[in-house]
Design a protein around this ligand. Sequence first.
Ligand code: C2E
Ligand code: SIN
Ligand code: SIN
Ligand code: FE
Ligand code: FE
Length: 693
Amino acid sequence: MEVILRGVRGSIANPAAETAYYGGNTACVELRSDGGALLFFDAGTGLREAGENLPRQGECHIFISHGHADHIMGLWFFKPIHSPDWTTHLHLPDKLERLPDHFYETGLFPVPFSALKGAIIRHSVRTGELVTIGAGKTKLELEPFAVCHPGGGLGYKVRADNALFVYTGDHEITGTAASLAEAGNILRGANIAVVDAMYRKEDYVPGWGHSAWEDWVEAAAGAGARNLVLTHHEPRRTDRELDALDNRLRDLARPDRLNMYVAREGMRFVPSGPIPFTRYGSDWLLLFLEEIARYRDINAVLDRILAKAREITHADAGTIFLVEGDELVFAYTHNDSLFPVDNAHRYAYAAVRMPLSRLSIAGYAAVSGQSLNLADVRRLPPGVQYSFNSSFDENTGYRTVSMLSLPFFDKSGNVSGILQLINSIDPRGGAPCPFTSSMEFNARLLAGQASSALEHSMQERKGIYGILRMAAVHDPSETGPHAERVGSVAAELYQRWAEKGEAVPDRERIRYEKNRIRLAAMLHDIGKVGISDLILKKPGKLTDEEFAVMRGHTEIGADILDDDASDIAALARDIALCHHQKWNGRGYPDIDGKAPAGESIPLGARIVAVADVFDALVSPRCYKNPWSFEAALDLLCREAGEHFDPVLVECIMDIRDMLPLIYERFPDTPQGGENTAGAGGAVSRGSSEGERA
Ligand code: C2E
Ligand code: SIN
Ligand code: SIN
Ligand code: FE
Ligand code: FE
């Protein structure tokens, strides 16, 4: 079963700039059963759009909740009723059987009812009388129920495909205990319930036949419903106000796993929840560009581009490669089948490169600047130069079928990377399908529009590398790879810490903070530019006097970062100043006469303390040999509660299997620090010539 919201307004259509996002059409919900039945609940103005792309021949059922104009207006403009090969079953509540005649025969519409070309079959529906459509496994059973609305009306419970869909039409919860209990019964066990929530408590008008959303939230408690969709929005309700409602719903953490949504035109649901949402307009692209403009870290930008590209193409997996010299460097990947969402980012650190040549699929797209839309990578068109490398599939058991590869272009028109999407999955389940041409079109639009954000984030990283190169003139340990490793370990520690601490993690905030912390952590030792080489490069132990000078790198770093007002610089300053503070208060430098302890040390600095010491221990230094990962983690555990925040030590133990991936990705090499894809020097060269390894 799939449910599509076609019209979400009550009373009267209001298409306007301030309603464009949620939509201005009146009541209409489409339901498609797995067996192919097509049903509509109410025929408000949203019905028109739904009819535009239906075939000339076919059949549908329209269930009307009641005769108010906002629930029937769209019928006139439903294209199929003008097609001789289409049959419309019109299910009308008792006593409304004559409604179409009335509307068509009194001059409200130019074509009389009798002259419509399509077949229209009327049925009467009554409370308590089941309606069945189809038979056997594909049978749908509809149970009409009476609702509270002036003049009466019907809601419908639909059982099909082992799921329950509920539509209330217009229904007022009066706020009494009895009314709330009745509403709870309406919702009971529903997989998807689309309900009238025209009002907020503050503007609710008793007796007008509509509910306030707060009452539905209360009524839903214990009803065992899974997805509650609030619709029939007051026509003046602006997008901004509905956004505020959406935020409120997110904040209401529900122990009973009920998900609540503000209805939006074009939104689609399956019994388990919403299908990632693509609107037919192009506002998704504007919203996406606004979203990624907030991120400055290239990892975050890649993650968002890939997530959106997968959403609009229903791709099960995807990878972004960046062009570096004569190679394609694997920069980011997602794969839902192999690693579920909360683990996906681990594979961001896979260290894979392949030659920029026409022999691989991604290479061909990069060299030719063309997009390749392949329905089946094992049946390539005859005579093509490229071939599919199946080593990834062989190593993982994954099965790549369809693949869409398209280039990102930089400002000068050169290919800067490749977006590769794999296995477009029908959201209703089933085998991978080819990417459609509209998916390809949208993905190209996305890649084209997102490439400047990508370029900005590469420039940002280049800027940081530039600063680090200045520091590296003094201290060879302060290289790009060292900073990348500390930045990555700090970013992952932060994500783990945040997910541990929140019952319902706010992914968007975590992602934003993670982006900030990675960049800020990279600059933690920038103050070493102000320390003499004689001390920095001293092969042996520092004397007390020398170490006293050395400690000054924290304050020098903070001073350097002080005059930049950006929020990343503010965090970088905290980190530079406090990354040698200790949880027990015995770190440095003194601030207002005393070294801070515990949670009065900024979180970012506590995180970098763990990441930096880990990196210092496992790396060679002019004053020490590298330790093993185990020995380094042992030391961190011994120092939990002394040097380090004990929760963060737990976090690094939680992510310990990511550490080797990060270190493989950013090894110390003479070339380190030059590239912006985040990859270190020449790693794993030749380890894979494939699409992904
Ligand atoms: P770094 O090399 O990046 O080390 C960062 C931190 O890692 C050190 O902060 C320390 O907490 C930890 N660490 C590094 N090596 C070891 C080790 O072998 N054992 C243990 N238990 N911890 C270790 P710290 O001590 O505040 O030092 C800050 C910076 O001062 C170091 O940054 C390094 O640049 C310099 N430094 C510290 N000790 C020496 C030394 O003996 N000789 C020289 N040449 N430089 C030193
Ligand atoms: C990253 O910073 O690694 C990408 C963002 C994310 O994992 O959410
Ligand atoms: C992802 O979206 O793949 C990264 C996981 C996250 O957003 O936290
Ligand atoms: Fe330091
Ligand atoms: Fe460091």
